[in-house]
Ligand binder design. Structure first.
Ligand SMILES: CC(=O)N[C@H]1[C@@H](OP(=O)(O)OP(=O)(O)OC[C@H]2O[C@@H](n3ccc(=O)[nH]c3=O)[C@H](O)[C@@H]2O)O[C@H](CO)[C@@H](O)[C@@H]1O
Ligand SMILES: O=P([O-])([O-])O[C@@H]1[C@@H](O)[C@H](O)[C@@H](O)[C@H](O)[C@@H]1O
Length: 377
């Protein structure tokens, strides 16, 4: 057997638990962290099957995933069942942790409870990345449990940090997710005709990303004779939700202007070729697509919810509007279109600001430091 080198001894055995392998911000950020941690440590990954599974499995040693909790919908009975399943999974995790001498457990989402209790049972620290906002009382209870069992809670924004304000036990720190900053784009002239809007986000049953509001905003712009197209890009979780959006566009008379594009693995290109990104979320813990748009100097109109004001400086780097208000979204778009030079200047300032505050490497280094801190405790 090869003697362990000094570099090997510095490699900490870490178990990363990921809540799903579907395309979504919390999963993509976990994938990025997995690559970063795997280059520097011994990484084990608990993740279920899904479109991103192979990429996770390539980064670390895969193990069976833990059950998850759902947020904001479903019956009380279902929630209790999920809670019971999560708790019952904890001994399996504890056994794995002991057997593989794991030093830290890291979870990518607050919907995972089993690995947190499992680590506690095995007496190793847990670092929870909190990327959600609790929509109801049950989720707040879940946050209290996480706060009690975790060693460190990493909150992705000030809004998420506030949701852990009363948490007992855990150290709560804020590390916003970061993105790779692309090269400065070629200068663009004015806006396109038709005006190309896009909204990037999952189509799911709770309509959290506000695609409905974006469609209604398109209808209002059309009434004002603005020739506009809207691409709704993102995985479609329920066909019924997608059908409801298509129906809405038809009912507002803008079916030919709205396209449900489905999931894309080239969101950067979509953003770079759009005139304006709309972020119409009703609730948003952070909002990666806003950063991704600004990093490409694509102007942004976004709802003032959750962590979004952490990203967008209203009137300086983008336009913030009230949630659930299509007229306000349309007015925000109108404001940008009326003054393309100002819109470009805002987006250019946005790029500089994003590069300074939301750089991928800075975020990953900060996370690794928290994991190292926990391991040393
Ligand atoms: C409701 C909720 O909990 N939202 C949070 C969640 O994920 P949520 O899944 O809502 O993530 P975001 O909207 O922030 O980001 C989605 C990510 O998926 C990518 N994408 C999207 C569509 C597509 O077709 N292809 C694709 O690759 C986007 O480029 C982006 O990188 O974690 C993010 C990361 O902390 C936070 O910013 C969000 O506030
Ligand atoms: O449901 P799903 O698409 O697997 O996962 C979702 C993620 O995409 C999102 O990033 C997370 O914050 C949500 O709470 C949710 O869990």
């Amino acid at each position: 057997m090869r003697p362990r080198s000094a570099a090997d001894r510095r490699r900490t055995p870490i178990l990363l638990a990921v809540h799903s392998a579907r395309v979504g911000g919390a999963q993509l950020m976990a994938l990025d962290a997995a690559g970063w941690l795997a280059d520097r440590h011994e990484l084990h990954i608990a993740v279920r099957r899904g479109p991103l599974y192979e990429r996770f499995a390539a980064a670390g040693r895969p193990m069976r995933a833990s059950p998850t909790m759902t947020f904001g919908w479903g019956s009380r009975r279902r929630w209790l069942l999920e809670l019971a399943r999560s708790v019952l999974d904890a001994p399996r995790i504890a056994l794995y942790v002991r057997r593989h001498r794991i030093r830290v457990v890291h979870t990518n989402s607050t919907v995972l409870l089993g690995p947190v209790i499992g680590a506690w049972l095995a007496r190793v620290p847990v670092v929870v990345y909190a990327r959600e906002l609790p929509p109801d009382r049950r989720s707040r209870l879940l946050f209290s449990l996480l706060g009690a069992f975790a060693d460190t809670v990493v909150a992705v924004s000030s809004a998420v940090e506030s949701a852990f304000a009363g948490a007992r036990g855990a150290r709560v720190v804020r590390i916003s997710d970061g993105i790779p900053i692309p090269p400065v784009p070629a200068p663009r002239e004015g806006f396109g005709s038709p005006l190309r809007l896009c909204l990037v986000g999952t189509v799911n049953r709770d309509g959290r990303k506000g695609q409905d509001v974006a469609i209604d905003a398109v209808a209002r712009l059309t009434e004002r004779d603005v020739d506009v197209r809207l691409d709704l890009v993102g995985p479609i979780q329920q066909e019924t939700s997608a059908a409801a959006l298509a129906q809405r566009a038809a009912a507002r008379g803008v079916a030919d202007r709205v396209r449900l594009a489905g999931v894309s693995d080239r969101v950067g290109d979509v953003l770079a070729s759009s005139d304006i990104l709309l972020s119409c979320a009703h609730s948003e813990p952070l909002g990666l697509t806003i950063m991704e748009a600004l990093a490409r100097e694509t102007p942004v109109v976004a709802t003032r919810v959750g962590g979004v004001p952490d990203i967008v400086r209203d009137g300086e780097t983008g336009i913030l509007v009230a949630p659930g208000d299509p007229a306000a979204v349309a007015a925000g778009v109108g404001e940008l279109v009326a003054d393309p030079a100002r819109a470009r200047a805002m987006a250019a300032r946005g790029r500089i600001d994003i590069a300074k505050r939301f750089d991928r490497t800075d975020a990953l280094r900060a996370l690794e430091a928290e994991i190292a801190r926990a391991a040393a405790s």
